[in-house]
Write a protein that binds this ligand. Structure first.
Ligand SMILES: NC(=O)c1ccc[n+]([C@@H]2O[C@H](COP(=O)([O-])OP(=O)(O)OC[C@H]3O[C@@H](n4cnc5c(N)ncnc54)[C@H](O)[C@@H]3O)[C@@H](O)[C@H]2O)c1
Ligand SMILES: [Zn+2]
Length: 360
């Protein structure tokens, strides 16, 4: 088992990276949560796969444990589901000392976290992420929330868990398309912060794609290390944390225009290529860097080009991004591979040329 520390200044907590659930009960004890009332919050798919196992492991160390299940999928990520959670929590007599356990992907994590942040003005919660995206990205950093009026993550709170427990073995039941979406975010971590990590990806892509336990443990560890470093420096996204948006301004526009039929990670993959192209045009990276990125993403079966959207509509959509401030599109670009920054001065032509690179 590997352990990483997150320190946001307001809270310190560990991330455990393991290939089983065997140390889970121990992690609760270490966090001082033994003997509490607990409630697992999970979606309908993950409930069938892992809820019994997790419940059984924790039964001996808690006073009572219940399982609150919501229908799987982004469509559930709204205030109605949160309201159902509150009713469930109240009926289970959860109090301020009770512990919520987010078991599942980013949807379960974001919603359980928001439930924990708001029920009785905040109760402790733990993250047990089971998708690659949630293991390398959403479970670390304390962003919680729900979608509202068609806007992703419009209502939410920064709220940190007591700890994150990652069992990489859960990835073996995850459809490959979802695995690939998580890999896109991990590759992003390499581009923005760490050339060695990126090199590891390039050199081990076969074993990563095959979910070789050693390789996947390295991927999860590397990404959590980078993400926890970034959020430790800037919990509330007032500066450095913005670099995590690499590929996202382009990606979000594609995601909305696809009516969310493309997975977030898939949109981030094409978005990264657009951002790399823009960085190349500014002389920051070489053509061979983009070719390499393209080859890697293609190998992971991620989209590197999109059809059916024109550059103008994607550009127009980028203005609606919540990261677009005062009519200026902020693009996270690269100074060089492994070093990202936010560029506020991109011209319309530059942005459209980058879009054309991924729409041809
Ligand atoms: N908080 C953050 O910082 C942050 C960052 C990135 C994304 N997000 C959010 O995360 C969400 C996306 O997360 P996601 O991609 O994990 O989606 P998800 O939670 O919907 O999970 C994807 C699918 O996989 C299923 N699943 C989960 N674990 C499984 C397993 N081990 N085996 C088989 N099936 C499994 C789920 O039931 C679901 O159908 C979005 O709502 C996004 O806004 C949040
Ligand atoms: Zn993302």
């Amino acid at each position: 088992m590997k352990v990483l520390g997150v320190d946001t200044g307001t809270k310190q907590y560990p991330i455990y990276i393991d290939d089983s659930f065997s140390s889970l009960a121990n992690a609760f004890e270490k966090a001082g949560l033994k003997g509490r009332k607990m409630c697992i919050v999970t979606d309908s798919n993950v409930a069938l796969l892992y809820a019994d196992k997790v419940k059984e492991l924790l039964e001996g160390i808690c006073s009572h444990i219940s399982v609150c299940i919501f229908p799987a999928g982004e469509n559930s990520k709204n205030l109605d589901t949160i309201s159902d959670f509150y009713k469930f929590f109240a009926e289970a007599h959860l109090d301020r000392r009770s512990v919520l356990i987010a078991l599942g992907g980013g949807v379960a994590g974001d919603m359980c976290g928001f439930g924990a942040a708001t029920y009785m003005r905040g109760i402790p919660f733990v993250q047990i992420p089971t998708t690659l995206l949630s293991q390398v990205d959403s479970s670390v950093g304390g962003k919680t929330g729900v979608d509202f009026m068609g806007n992703k993550n419009m209502v939410g709170a920064f709220y940190q868990p007591e700890f994150v427990y990652i069992n990489t073995d859960t990835l073996n039941t995850l459809p490959y398309k979802e695995v690939a979406a998580g890999l896109a975010e991990s590759v992003k971590h390499g581009y923005i912060q760490d050339t060695d990590y990126l090199k590891f990806f390039m050199e081990n892509k076969e074993s990563i794609k095959a979910l070789d336990p050693e390789a996947i443990a390295q991927v999860v560890y590397g990404s959590c290390r980078i993400k926890s470093y970034v959020v430790s420096k800037d919990e509330k996204e007032s500066g450095l944390r913005e670099i995590l948006n690499f590929g996202h301004t382009f990606g979000h526009a594609v995601e909305t225009l696809s009516d969310f039929n493309m997975l977030h990670g898939e949109c981030v993959a094409v978005g990264m290529l657009a951002a790399l192209y823009l960085s190349m045009k500014r002389g920051a990276v070489a053509r061979k860097d983009i070719d390499e990125a393209r080859e890697l993403l293609e190998y992971f079966e991620l989209p590197v080009c999109i059809e059916g959207f024109d550059a103008d509509s994607i550009y127009a959509r980028m203005f609606n991004d919540k990261k677009t401030k005062n009519g200026v599109i902020n693009i996270t670009a690269l100074r060089r591979i492994g070093d990202a920054y936010t560029e506020k001065g991109c011209s319309e032509k530059e942005i459209k040329d980058a879009i054309k690179y991924i729409t041809k």
